[in-house]
Design a protein around this ligand. Structure first.
Ligand code: UGA
Length: 443
């Protein structure tokens, strides 16, 4: 099949590469000429395991092409995916201008029947707006062309995006039209083997499914962080509690890890956008508001623990920070807990010596060169001679550490662990003070 994909960000690029990999002919369109030039040279602008190889392999085979020519993108295929960004606006609502610009382009250049597939995370009702924009643009040309708009939200996770796309838990198709569902079924067939993962529903339910899934996961995390704060004050260990509740299959072990708060490009934005959409529809989503409030407070927990360890005086201290990315296997620092911590530390007059295996360039992009931020080339180098160590991301290489070395090399024996990586006893045995999240006497 021939497919056009608008937007070569995370979702668009993974979608394009994975579809090309099973033999579809894919044309990826982006307005960012620099990005397209990079992709044409086989350079992938995001860090995602396996993606570069997949892009190069399919580009070399001629099945995956990149262009800035949007009209050509409209004409190229009958199936047009919209996978452009929907960044948050000040009031929390999603900015749909990129999505609607693509709709406008489709209306201006449509030359036959097209199915327009919404892949970007968009508020409920967006498919209807896309349809109206395309129809108006066609009418302005005095033309008549048939088209359908459907919703096919993406559920991929950064760091395991290829795996999520190629082995999906579900493929949601939001369209009432049988012919549209059939066409998408055909498109996804190579990734829909063994048992049918396709779930068809109306457009609005599909759009809401995306938000509901992320909101549920974010709720689980804020719930656990709240429990951790309670456990900490009651002398209980949240890690024991986690296993105790996870063993109930109705609760499950996944996504109940307490920590320093969720970040990334999805949960913070989607929880806020859902609350905003609900409010516009006349309903106050109090749980969503609470999930966000709890998360924002949790991002401040590491700073408060450090303050406590140093009796409120962090001025001129150097704090070693392990992990800048919002989670392992990505270089993404959007809404990362590390940023809340660093900004609070700078405000308090401390400096940060950070290490992250992938996010160093991102850190420079966000903060530029500044005297109170240095970026180390290894985690031990970051810790050597620092006043204390804080862990924000659970990269694998932080899991096994030589505590005796840390005791000898940290100026004060303080470890603040935002990801509960170690057994408190193991750390304390070496004479280190260990502040974890929700672990008994760690307050
Ligand atoms: C999330 C969803 O998991 C995907 O299903 C969804 O498709 C995606 O958003 C999206 O909307 O595009 P992602 O943001 O890549 O994916 O990252 P997650 O792996 O879900 O992690 C999100 C945050 O939650 C991270 O900061 C992580 O550290 C935190 N987290 C996760 C916890 O604090 N505890 C947990 O138990 C799990």
């Amino acid at each position: 099949m021939k497919l056009s994909i608008f937007g070569t960000g995370y979702v668009g690029l993974v979608t394009g590469a994975c579809f090309a990999d099973v033999g579809h002919e894919v044309l990826c369109i982006d307005v960012d000429a620099g990005r397209i030039a990079m992709l044409k040279e086989g350079r992938v602008p995001i860090f995602e395991p396996g993606l570069r190889e997949m892009v190069v392999r399919n580009a070399e085979a001629g099945r995956l092409k990149f262009s800035t020519d949007a009209p050509a993108g409209v004409r190229f295929a009958d199936l047009i995916f919209i996978a452009v960004g929907t960044p948050p606006q000040h009031n929390g609502s999603a900015d749909l201008s990129h999505v609607l610009t693509v709709a406008e382009t489709i209306g201006e250049h449509i030359d036959g029947y097209k199915i327009v597939v919404g892949k970007s995370t968009v508020p409920v009702g967006t498919a209807d707006r896309v349809e109206a924009v395309i129809a108006a643009a066609i009418a302005r040309r005095g033309a008549t062309h048939a088209f359908d708009v459907c919703s096919n939200p993406e559920f991929l996770k950064e760091g395991s995006a290829i795996e999520d796309f190629t082995k999906p838990a579900r493929i949601i198709i939001g369209s009432e039209k049988e012919a549209v569902r059939k066409k998408l079924q055909e498109c996804y067939a190579p990734y829909n083997r063994n048992h049918d993962k396709l779930i068809s529903m109306d457009v609005r339910s599909a759009e809401l499914t995306k938000y509901a899934a992320n909101a549920m996961l974010a709720t689980k995390i804020s719930f656990m962080n709240e429990m951790a704060n309670i456990a900490e004050r009651l002398g209980a260990d949240i890690e024991e509690v986690r296993q105790g509740i996870g063993s109930d299959p109705r609760i499950g072990y996944q996504f109940i890890y307490p920590g320093c708060g969720y970040g990334g490009s999805c949960f913070p934005k989607d929880v806020r956008a859902l609350a905003h959409t609900a409010e516009e529809a006349g309903f106050r989503a109090e749980l969503m508001e609470a999930v966000e409030r709890v998360n924002n407070a949790q991002k401040g927990v590491l700073f408060r623990k450090l303050e406590q360890a140093f009796d409120g005086d962090l001025k001129d201290r150097t704090i070693a920070l392990w992990g800048l990315a919002f989670k392992p296997n990505t270089d993404d620092m959007r809404d990362a807990p590390s940023r809340t911590l660093m900004e609070a530390l700078w405000e308090a007059g401390a400096s940060v010596r950070a290490f992250d295996p992938e996010a160093v360039t991102e850190a420079r992009r966000h903060y530029g060169e500044r005297l109170d931020l240095s970026l180390a080339s290894g985690h031990l180098e970051a810790a050597a001679g620092a006043d204390a160590l804080v862990i924000c991301t659970e990269w694998k290489q932080f899991r096994v550490v030589d505590f005796a070395w840390l005791k000898a090399n940290l100026k004060s024996p303080v470890i603040v662990d935002g990801r509960n990586l170690y057994e408190p006893e193991d750390v304390r045995r070496h004479g280190l003070l260990y502040y974890a999240v929700g672990r008994g006497d760690s307050v």
